[in-house]
Ligand binder design. Structure first.
Ligand code: KIV
Ligand code: ZN
Length: 521
């Protein structure tokens, strides 16, 4: 355990370390843009793919599987554009053991072609309708085809974990002789478990000398454990995806696998851990798959503490209830005020952010207590909002952004357009925007006036009285590109005005939170 390194994990690892066959360095093969994009509902634009690839490169992954180019012209274009970026990471394209698939990869100018063929009885009989011998011949022929074009070749026996061991040995030794650079062992339907994975990789290591990679799916929630088991047995490459996105229940999560390798096992991966959270947020935004708060390492609650005893311990020494310091993985510690939190913690939190006198502090604490009696969970946002109100920070003069004028034009034959005039401190900012509807147009105009790109993460509209003149209550959550989030609520008889006021309120909260350096709500 070391407070200097920010890693406070158990030393029992040292009692069992000699049972493992850890490689010197683990190579990270990221398949967020290929298997990750196969997740139902996920579809990135070309710009988003490029932004993800650049971020993965900055993060320090070794290989980026940029797509399955034969899938479509758009996919091939994206792979080619990513390859043209000349990133430090190697760019890989996926191909079946089919020449045209490989040709399309080569045309994209990739550094590596990852080819696969099903080898289990189920795949041979039902999917490929092919004999084992024919599949083996195809595998060898296509590895040779890739290699004669002077690029790296990674070969996968698809459904390896349901393929007999002798058959896997036959395929993998044959492709090694044919020139493959890496063999990958996919747990295609996520059905292996850690001890079996250790066994499988150990047996394969007795027969092949090129690097072995593992590719695990999360059908039983074991993808991370199985990937680590493969590494413990000597696999030197891991296939992972950001946020564990992927087919069905997903793939092994990059954040979990890398953090465990680096922090728990002290195995080097070349990944910049401090960029894990921002990478996760970027993919969360583009994939529109929101991470659950209790998601390990990068989830909102991964370093959040609520219970009185925990908060007290953490305030004395964070290591009491944290395995790692949050900064190590680009996170931050959050103290969640709830019915379990004592006055001590609320006071500490407030004093760290605001200049308050005793009387103001007491009023804030009383208001927090009052609210916690009614509400199950009080977030830092709620406490900050209470403090801002008590300290008069939400008055018009103190708000960073005020709306002075807005004009919205909409109709059935025109594109909705909005023009806004904002007061931002001493400055007046004017801009116009278009959108799919009047609220979208107004939101775009506001963002343009501020020169900020903000994502509207959540938009909730409720009528709080009946009839066409009902009062509308709008709640919005905005997020900036750094993952800072803030909420705004407003009520008006006009839906557009309620929405605009809620957006302006959320932006004011966001600016205040950024000034206070408390981002993620
Ligand atoms: O899960 C799988 O088997 C795959 C292969 C293409 C490697 O994604
Ligand atoms: Zn897969």
């Amino acid at each position: 355990m070391s407070e200097e390194t920010g890693v406070f994990v158990s030393n029992f690892i040292d009692h069992v370390r000699d049972r493992f066959q850890f490689p010197e360095r683990v190579y990270v093969f990221d398949t967020t843009l290929r298997d990750g994009e196969q997740m139902p509902g996920v579809c990135y634009t070309l710009e988003e793919k490029l932004a993800i690839a650049r971020q993965l490169d900055k993060l320090g992954v070794d290989v980026i599987e940029a797509g399955f180019p034969v899938n479509s012209e758009e996919e091939a274009e994206a792979v080619a554009k990513i390859a043209a970026e000349r990133l430090d990471a190697k760019i890989c394209g996926l191909a079946r053991c089919v020449k045209v698939d490989i040709d399309v990869c080569l045309k994209c100018d990739v550094d590596r072609v990852h080819i696969f063929i099903g080898t289990s009885d189920i795949h041979l009989k039902w999917k490929l309708k092919m004999s084992e011998e024919k599949a083996l011949q195809r595998a060898v022929e296509h590895v040779e085809y890739v290699k004669c074009h002077g690029v790296e070749c990674e070969f996968s026996c698809e459904d390896a974990t349901r393929t007999p061991l002798e058959r896997l040995v036959k395929f993998y030794t044959a492709v090694e002789s044919a020139g493959a650079d890496v063999i990958n062992v996919p747990d295609t339907v996520g059905c292996i478990e850690p001890t079996a994975m250790e066994y499988l990789i150990s047996r394969l290591r007795e027969h092949v000398s090129i690097p072995i990679s593992v590719h695990c799916h999360n059908d039983m929630g074991l993808a991370t454990a199985n990937t680590l088991a493969g590494v413990k047995a000597g696999a030197s490459q891991v296939h992972v995806t950001v946020n564990g996105l992927g087919e069905r229940a997903g793939n092994a999560s990059l954040e979990q696998v890398i953090t465990t390798l680096e922090a728990l096992y002290k195995v080097k991966t070349g990944v910049r851990l401090e960029l894990l959270t921002e990478t996760s947020r970027l993919v969360e935004r583009f994939s529109m798959i929101k991470m659950p708060p209790n998601y390990p390492v990068v989830g909102d609650n991964a370093f959040a503490h609520e219970a009185g005893i925990h908060v007290h311990g953490v305030l004395e020494r964070a290591a009491c209830y944290e395995p790692l310091s949050p900064e190590l993985v680009g996170q931050r510690r959050r103290i969640v005020m709830g019915k379990h939190t004592g006055k001590h913690a609320v006071s500490n939190f407030i004093r760290a952010l605001f200049k308050v006198n005793e009387q103001q502090l007491q009023t804030i604490v009383d208001r927090v207590k009052e609210l916690s009696a009614k509400k199950k969970k009080i977030t830092e946002d709620d406490v900050i909002a209470i403090a801002q109100e008590v300290l008069g920070m939400l008055s018009k003069e103190k708000r960073a952004v005020n709306l002075s004028e807005i004009v919205v034009v909409t109709g059935n034959k025109i594109t909705p357009t909005a023009s806004v005039q904002l007061e931002v401190g001493e400055e007046r900012k004017i801009a116009a925007g278009m959108g799919v509807g009047p609220v979208d147009a107004a939101s775009n105009a506001i963002q343009r006036a501020l020169g900020e790109e903000l994502a509207l993460m959540n938009y909730k509209l409720e009528a709080i009285s009946g009839g066409t003149n009902a009062l509308a209550s709008v709640e919005v959550v905005v997020e900036d590109p750094k993952g800072n989030v803030a909420k705004g609520v407003a009520v008006s008889g006009d839906i557009v005005m309620a929405s605009v006021s809620a957006i302006i309120e959320a932006i004011n909260h966001l600016y205040l939170k950024r000034a206070l350096k408390v981002g993620r709500g």
